[in-house]
Design a protein around this ligand. Structure first.
Ligand code: NAD
Length: 258
């Protein structure tokens, strides 16, 4: 394993979840010091331990990404604790409900937009001044295949992830001249808590059958793993991707080309 992030500091939001935790591990293993951000401190012990086991270091920061003050605080605490910021993996997200648009409760729609869109916006806004101080940096925003295709079952999630793609493209154009890169990733179903919840939402009676149906929509025949997503994120945040900016990267076992 290379040390692509030696001397770098990475913030990972949603660090207590499946993809976030894998990213903490990957960044730590490749030499970064990591600020692991999620809703509750209690859920972040595993991220800190995982970074340590990977031979690195992480600090835990409790924050709700929908609150501007919390977001400003997680960036400030990272600078205070780790000396600056080079990378933001803007990854916290929620799935909302499996429900057709005309029945979708407004309060759930607003909650999905708050976490998935406002949270990503606030993270970018707060971290850019710190990336500037380092002479550049990398932001990767977690969108989804739902950020580039429609889906009848999860309209709020689809809307929110399309917005994440828009924020990423706009950010890339705004900051490219300053050496700040912004890319979006679009995973297909990945084997985490979120898919268990969506499988339940599709068929509370038979979530396993729902899983089989979803797997059948992926030509690779399986869900992706959090580690596979973390590998893409690490590449996009590394100097290997120095000219990659404003990209929208599917990682989906050929789900979307069809
Ligand atoms: N699992 C998939 O199939 C899949 C596919 C495409 C995209 N994604 C996206 O990947 C990202 C990570 O999802 P995951 O699969 O690891 O799910 P997950 O539920 O395991 O992790 C999400 C994490 O985000 C945190 N979070 C939620 N709301 C928050 C808030 N307001 N403030 C701070 N943290 C908050 C949760 O506590 C959780 O730890 C999400 O943005 C999700 O939409 C997931």
């Amino acid at each position: 394993m290379s040390n692509r992030f030696e001397g770098k500091v990475a913030i990972v939001t949603g660090a207590a979840g499946g993809i976030g935790l894998a990213a903490v591990e990957r960044f730590a293993r490749e030499g970064a010091r990591v600020a692991a951000v999620d809703l509750a401190d209690s859920a972040l012990g595993r991220a800190v331990d995982t970074a340590k086991a990977a031979g690195g270091e992480a600090i835990a920061i409790a924050a709700d990404v929908t609150h501007a003050a919390d977001v400003e605080a997680y960036v400030a605490k990272t600078v205070e604790g780790l000396g600056g910021v080079d990378i933001l993996f803007n990854n916290a997200g929620i799935e909302g409900l499996v429900c057709p648009l005309d029945e979708y409760p407004l309060e759930v729609f607003e909650k999905v937009m708050a976490v998935n869109v406002t949270g990503v916006f606030l993270g970018m806004k707060a971290v850019v001044p710190e990336l500037r101080k380092r002479g550049g940096g990398s932001i990767v925003n977690t969108a989804s295949v739902a950020g580039i295709t429609g889906n009848a079952l999860i309209p709020a999630y689809v809307a929110s992830k399309h917005a994440v793609v828009g924020l990423s493209r706009s950010g890339a154009q705004t900051y490219a001249a300053e050496g700040i890169r912004v890319n979006a990733i679009c995973p297909s179903p990945i084997d985490t808590r979120m898919m268990r919840s969506l499988e339940e939402g599709v068929s509370a009676d038979d979530p396993e059958a729902a899983q089989e149906l979803m797997k059948a929509s992926i030509p690779a025949g399986r869900y992706g793993t959090p580690e596979e997503v973390a590998a893409l994120v690490a590449f996009l945040c590394s100097d290997d991707a120095a000219f990659i900016n404003g990209g929208v990267y599917t990682i989906d076992g050929a789900m979307t080309p069809g």
